[in-house]
Design a protein around this ligand. Structure first.
Ligand code: SF4
Length: 375
């Protein structure tokens, strides 16, 4: 294990129920697997050849807080010897509003967690119901009051382009989130994944996606409201108050190496992405029987890695500095993407001062449709 790795992700694959749009690696209603999960995680962590000192640690899922306060403490005791956050590390946990209590916040402090990513999604009861979420807006308000009294950094996830959602409802969601004083907001358009309950309902005409123009208007509205309130859009989907950016995500976008543990978790060594088997029970059984849990291995060519670095860089507000890009990747930006960049600049989707290329606001709005010209 390379000692230059400073970032780690731990996947906690449990939820109370599966929301209709979600295709993440998880099991719902299988709390009977907690003990085996902890044991298996311990086995996977022991495979590290040496402990890693971390700048960032991210506990995602699933819903890590579904483990309960004692479960969160047990999780940290499992990786205590292997993953060691530095005194100034960012340690994030994803949380469901229903799970955040005073006891849970006490567990966060006891474990050194200093950042909470709260799955709010909306503050409107109809939108929450449409999304098949199990919390209500009053839960969010209660939890935000609790979190404000702690010294934890709070990030909030918001979903837009929900069936039957209007611009007015999106505006009200964002207003409420601003009034609740979140430090960081991540905004995603609802995606329709094959195999989810939503996918099936859409096929049967029971759910209708928001039309593209309205989706774009919603996203623009979010950008406007959050920027007026002092949040900087530092990446296509991410907004932060000053100095509140997510350092863990920035490590991903900088293509730094990271370690990962848990079912479906993907680690990256700078060139190769290795993903664990996605099935929770297969991941547990393999580890309990001391077998390999590697699923997919994706080894990129140096050019492929450079192209991915370019896209991740362009998704960020700071854009891509040509010299820094060459030093990090060994490739010139213009050898990889001169023509598309010229076209984007001509169309008003990007700015290029010869040193740095950045997407404009309209480029950010379209970004997903731009990347095929680079990858
Ligand atoms: S709570 Fe989050 S991870 Fe769990 S099922 Fe719902 S969307 Fe998926």
């Amino acid at each position: 294990m390379s000692s230059c790795i400073r970032h780690a992700y731990v996947h906690v694959p449990f939820c109370r129920h599966r929301c209709g749009y979600c295709d993440f690696t998880l099991v719902a209603g299988r709390d009977d697997l907690f003990d085996d999960y902890f044991t298996a995680l311990g086995v996977e962590l022991k495979r590290l050849s040496q402990p890693i000192e971390l700048d960032t640690l991210y506990l995602g899922g699933g819903t890590p807080t579904h483990l309960g306060p004692d479960g969160v403490k047990r999780l940290f005791s499992e990786f205590h010897d292997a993953l060691q956050p530095s005194p100034v590390a960012e340690v994030t946990i994803e949380a469901n509003p229903l799970d955040v209590t005073e006891a849970m916040i006490e567990a966060f402090h006891a474990c050194g967690i200093n950042r909470v990513s709260l799955g709010v999604q909306s503050l409107n009861s109809i939108t929450l119901e449409k999304l098949d979420r199990d919390h209500r807006e009053s839960d969010v308000r209660r939890v935000m009051d609790l979190l404000r009294e702690s010294d934890l950094t709070v990030s909030v996830d918001l979903i837009i382009a929900v069936p039957e959602q209007t611009l007015d409802l999106v505006a009200r969601d964002v207003e409420e989130i601003i009034s609740l004083c979140a430090h960081h907001v991540s905004v995603y358009c609802l995606t329709w994944e094959v195999g989810t309950a939503f996918w099936g309902k859409r096929a049967r005409g029971m759910l209708t996606p928001v039309v593209e123009d309205l989706e774009r208007e919603m996203y623009e509205l979010v950008i406007d409201q959050l920027s007026v309130a002092g949040y900087q859009q530092y990446e296509v989907s991410n907004f932060a108050q000053p100095a509140m950016t997510c350092r863990h995500n920035e490590a991903y976008w900088d293509c730094r190496a990271w370690e990962a543990f848990g079912p479906g978790a993907a680690r990256f060594d700078g060139r190769k992405r290795t993903t664990n088997v996605r099935s929770v029970s297969a991941w547990i059984q393999k580890l309990l029987n001391d077998r390999n849990v590697t699923g997919d291995v994706d080894t990129m060519t140096s050019e492929g890695a450079a192209r991915e670095r370019l896209v991740l860089g362009l998704r960020r507000r700071c854009g891509v500095d040509r010299l820094a890009f060459f030093q990090a990747s060994g490739f010139e930006v213009d050898d990889l993407a001169k023509k598309p960049i010229q076209e984007w600049v001509a169309a008003g989707f990007a700015e290029d001062d010869g040193r740095r290329i950045r997407l404009t606001r309209s480029g950010m709005l379209l970004s997903d449709s731009l990347w095929s010209a680079v990858l």
